[in-house]
Design a protein around this ligand. Structure first.
Ligand SMILES: *Cc1c(COP(=O)(O)O)cnc(C)c1O
Length: 432
């Protein structure tokens, strides 16, 4: 498989170079030349395969010859070390729980896959690599855990000061070793901008071997499509109809990977784009015109992205055709009060405890299904509710087990370096 840049001005590269470069030299995002169509029989018999077999079959064409088969199988098996159950919440809505990994968020899967690929490439090239990543909350912890102790790789994480939860902050500032956290006096878009500036700075890149770990990286982005394979594997045993799939979206990596899975053959009736008030893409779907917005802080903080990087991939997936896009997806904006309401109401009615991100998706799916009484679907529950304190007064018993695990986190000493949202400060840290 070769990857081209969405800006069209860079050479095509293989999986290894796309992974190491992160962003294409012309600042576009890498995109696979083809999306392989998997044979119908395989999709029809998904439940006969293990998750590892599915993972290998789906990822192999994207990785090509960049990683030997045996290594790739090992990477996939280490990546998939946790469950992803599809839990029925009510008659027509199921929750795909993606929070059973080490940092309790769906980003664990992509981060684990990517870090192991990078580890393999660093080992092969014998050069020290610096992974630079901006996080709005959950990426940092997942990436930090994924790379922790991987030889030859140093990780520098930028996070917006006071805009991540205590647990999120602990998960990225307590590991130490090859993991460095920078607390940026600004918001997530500032962090993202600093990362982009670093990649655009050739003198910096001559000094250090920089690579990215945001959802723009193909090695993080593409394995996320496995969620939709695993969901469908469970779904098809319960329902004959194709599901409506609601994805809580911020930077739009996850939903775009779902669209890749759909292109490869996973049946999806409709994608529900679920956003909090940071809804540039929802407005685009309504009006046909895209305008980046300033970021607003919300309860679902990992989705507080005013100008999602993966929007260009969304355009690419549909050949820039607005009519094709609105045919396959529908957008909803869910504010904080609706989010809180969904959390309380879903707990009271069904005994199911949503986190604020999952609650945004649940609300959007619910609103869609009310208008489409013959359809049913699932949403992606992207983080464990215990990670967030969102001002609702629930006390589910499971909270206590996990709370104990998290409490031990809060007693670990944090280490981070404060910087202003100024590229020169980042640069001097990187060249220290
Ligand atoms: C990152 C994140 C999202 C948004 O995913 P994108 O791929 O950026 O759209 C949603 N929920 C949680 C919990 C997240 O950490």
């Amino acid at each position: 498989m070769r990857y081209y840049s969405t800006n069209g001005g860079a050479e095509r590269v293989d999986f290894k170079d796309a992974t190491i470069l992160g962003l294409a030299p012309d600042k576009g995002l890498f995109f696979p030349e083809q999306i392989p169509a998997l044979d119908e029989r395989f999709i029809g018999e998904l439940e006969c395969y293990t998750n590892e077999e599915i993972g290998y079959k789906v990822m192999k064409p994207y990785v090509g010859e960049a990683i030997p088969d045996e290594e790739l199988r090992r990477i996939i098996s280490e990546t998939l070390s946790f469950d992803m159950p599809l839990v029925q919440v009510c008659d027509r809505i199921a929750s795909l729980e993606l929070f059973h990994g080490p940092t309790f968020a769906f980003k664990d899967l992509g981060a684990r896959f990517m870090s192991r690929c990078m580890g393999y490439f660093a080992h092969e090239s014998k050069r020290k690599m610096t992974v630079l990543v901006a996080t709005s909350g959950d990426t940092g912890g997942a990436v930090a855990h994924g790379f922790y102790s991987v030889p030859g790789v140093e990780v520098v994480i930028l996070y917006p000061s006071k805009k991540v939860s205590m647990v999120q902050e602990k998960q990225l500032t307590t590991l130490g070793k090859n993991i460095f956290a920078l607390e940026v006096d600004g918001n997530f878009d500032d962090c993202q901008r600093l990362v982009k500036e670093a990649f655009a700075d050739n003198s910096l890149r001559e000094k250090i071997f920089l690579t990215s770990a945001n959802s723009i990286n193909v090695a993080r982005w593409l394995p996320q499509q496995l969620f939709y394979f695993y969901a469908y594997k469970q779904w098809k045993m319960r329902f004959a109809k194709a599901p409506v799939v609601a994805v809580p979206s911020g930077n739009f990596g996850n939903i775009c990977s779902g669209m890749v899975a759909a292109r490869s053959g996973i049946p999806v009736k409709k994608f529900v784009v679920a956003c909090n008030v940071n809804d540039a893409v929802v407005s685009f779907l309504k009006k046909g015109e895209y305008t980046a917005k300033d970021t607003i802080s919300t309860l679902s903080n990992a989705m507080d992205v005013g100008n999602p990087s993966n929007f260009v991939r969304l355009l690419e997936l549909y050949g820039h055709s607005y009519s094709k896009m609105v045919d396959q997806m529908v957008g909803y904006t869910i504010g904080d009060s609706e989010t809180r309401y969904a959390i309380v109401d879903t707990y009271n009615r069904f005994g199911y405890w949503l986190d604020p991100h999952g609650a945004v998706a649940f609300s959007a799916l619910n609103a869609y299904l009310e208008k489409h009484p013959d359809e049913c679907g699932f949403f992606l529950e992207t983080a464990h509710p215990v990670k967030f304190n969102c001002g609702v007064d629930l006390d589910p018993p499971i909270a206590h087990n996990i709370a104990a695990e998290l409490a031990s986190l809060s007693s670990l000493p944090s280490k981070s370096t404060p910087i202003r949202a100024d590229f020169n400060e980042l640069k001097s840290f990187l060249c220290r």
